[in-house]
Design a protein around this ligand. Structure first.
Ligand code: NAP
Length: 351
C-alpha cells in the first residue's frame, strides 16, 4: 500500500511530536514536520525549520511538499494576553496554509487541534458538559474560531475535507511543551519529596473541588488519525477526553500515593516563584539519578501550572458525538496517570 504523507505543523510539541511518533510507528506514513527548533525525534522525520510568524521564510523553506496527503496543524504560541495570543496564532496558521496549500497536489485532509478554550474554559464557568454544537466563546473570541474560519475559506472549491479535535489537558511527555500537566505534577512531586514535604495542592479550594478531565496523548493521537481518515468524521469537530472526569480532592491523594507521599493541604502557591530557586536542586537530582532533562523551566511549564490549578470552575466535555461517529475508546484517568509517571521513571525523566 502506498504510504500516506503527513505534514505536521508544530512537530516538536506535545501533540505534534507524539502524533509524528505515532504515525511513524504505524509503518504506513511518511512524516514531514515544521517547527523552529529541532524536534527530539529520529532521522525518519523530515524536519523543516521555519518560523511560521515570518511569511517570507515560511514560503522559502516550506518546499518539496507536493506529495503531502494530510496536514495536522498543532503549532501553538502563547501570548502575554489573549489578544496577543489570538494575533500570533492567527498569523501562524495563515502563513503556514498560504505557503503549503498551493504546492500540495492531492491533499486529502486538514486536521486542526483545538481545545476546551473553544468553549471559553480559560475565561470562567462555561456550560458543562460542553457539546460540539455549543457556541464558541466570545468577548473576545479565541483564535481557534479564526483558524477554523480560515480553513473553511481555504476549503472552498477544493476536494479535501477537514476535522478538528478538542482535548482537555493533554497528558504525556514532551520536553519544552507550553502546556504539560503530567510533567508539571511529576516534577513538582519530585521536588516536594526531595524537600521532605507532603504533596501540598498548590491551587485554591474552589479548583480543588471542581470537576475536571484529561486527555491521554496516545488516545488523542489515535482520535486525530481516526478523524482524519474515517469518512464519517469528515468536516466535523470532536471533543476528545478520556471519557471520565474527576475532582482534584479525590485524585490528589492518589497522585501523592503514586509518588509514595502524603497529600498535603491546599495552600495557594505561585509555582513560577516557588520554582525560581529550585534549578540547583533539580540539577543535583539529574546528576544523582542520571536524569535526561536538566532545564527545570523547559521541562515543566510552571506558568501554565499556575493557571491550571486556579481554574475555579467545572471543566467537562461530552464525548457522545465522537462515540456515535465511530471513535469509542475510553481510558481511566487514574490508571493513565500511574502509567505516565511510570514511563517518566523508565525513561529517566524523573527518579
Ligand atoms: N497540551 C495540552 O494540554 C493541550 C490541551 C488542549 C488543547 N491543546 C491545543 O493543542 C494545540 C497544540 O498544543 P501543544 O500542547 O502540542 O503545544 P506545544 O507543545 O507548545 O507545541 C507547539 C509547537 O508549535 C511550534 N511553534 C511555535 N511557534 C512556532 C513558530 N513561530 N513557527 C513554527 N513552529 C512554531 C513549537 O516548536 P518551536 O517552538 O520549536 O517552534 C512546537 O513544536 C494548541 O492549539 C493547544 O491549544 C493543547
Amino acid at each position: 500500500m502506498k504510504k500516506k504523507v503527513a505534514l505536521i505543523a508544530g512537530v516538536g510539541g506535545m501533540c505534534g511530536g507524539n502524533m509524528a511518533q505515532f504515525l511513524h510507528a504505524t509503518g504506513q506514513w511518511d512524516v514531514i514536520g515544521v517547527s523552529r527548533g529541532s524536534p527530539e525525534l529520529g532521522e525518519w522525520v523530515r524536519h523543516i525549520a521555519a518560523d511560521l510568524l515570518d511569511p517570507q521564510q515560511t514560503q522559502e523553506r516550506l518546499v518539496n511538499i507536493e506529495h503531502v496527503t494530510h496536514i495536522f496543524y498543532t503549532a501553538l504560541l502563547t501570548g502575554k494576553s489573549y489578544e496577543e495570543e489570538n494575533d500570533l496564532n492567527t498569523r501562524l496558521m495563515r502563513n503556514f496554509l498560504d505557503a503549503a496549500l498551493p504546492q500540495i497536489r492531492k491533499l486529502e485532509h486538514i486536521h486542526v487541534l483545538e481545545g476546551v478554550k473553544w468553549y471559553g474554559y480559560h475565561k470562567g464557568a462555561y456550560k458543562t458538559p460542553a457539546r460540539e454544537d455549543d457556541p464558541p466563546c466570545s468577548n473576545p473570541p479565541y483564535f481557534y474560531e479564526e483558524q477554523h474560519n480560515y480553513v473553511l475559506k481555504c476549503q472552498q472549491g477544493q476536494s479535501w475535507t477537514w476535522s478538528t479535535t478538542r482535548p482537555g489537558a493533554v497528558c504525556g511527555y514532551a520536553n519544552g511543551a507550553r502546556i504539560n500537566l503530567m510533567m508539571v505534577i511529576a516534577a513538582y512531586a519530585t521536588i516536594m519529596k526531595e524537600l521532605g514535604k507532603p504533596l501540598i495542592f498548590p491551587g485554591d479550594e474552589a479548583t480543588y473541588h471542581a470537576l475536571t478531565f484529561t486527555s491521554d496523548v496516545g488516545m488523542l493521537n489515535r482520535a486525530m488519525l481516526w478523524a482524519s481518515t474515517d469518512p464519517r468524521a469528515a468536516n466535523q469537530a470532536f471533543n476528545i477526553g478520556n471519557g471520565d472526569a474527576f475532582r482534584w480532592h479525590d485524585m490528589w491523594p492518589r497522585i501523592a500515593a503514586m509518588f509514595g507521599m502524603q497529600a498535603g493541604p491546599v495552600k495557594t502557591t505561585c509555582l513560577v516563584d516557588f520554582m525560581a530557586d529550585k534549578e540547583p536542586l533539580w540539577r543535583d537530582l539529574v546528576h544523582r539519578h542520571g536524569l535526561k532533562q536538566g532545564d527545570l523551566f523547559r521541562l515543566a511549564p510552571w506558568g501554565y501550572a499556575d493557571t491550571v490549578f486556579s481554574r475555579k470552575w467545572d471543566n467537562m466535555i461530552s464525548m457522545v458525538k465522537a462515540n456515535q461517529f465511530g471513535f469509542t475508546e475510553m481510558i481511566d484517568s487514574e490508571a493513565m496517570m500511574q502509567r505516565i509517571f511510570n514511563e517518566f521513571r523508565e525513561t529517566r525523566i524523573i527518579p
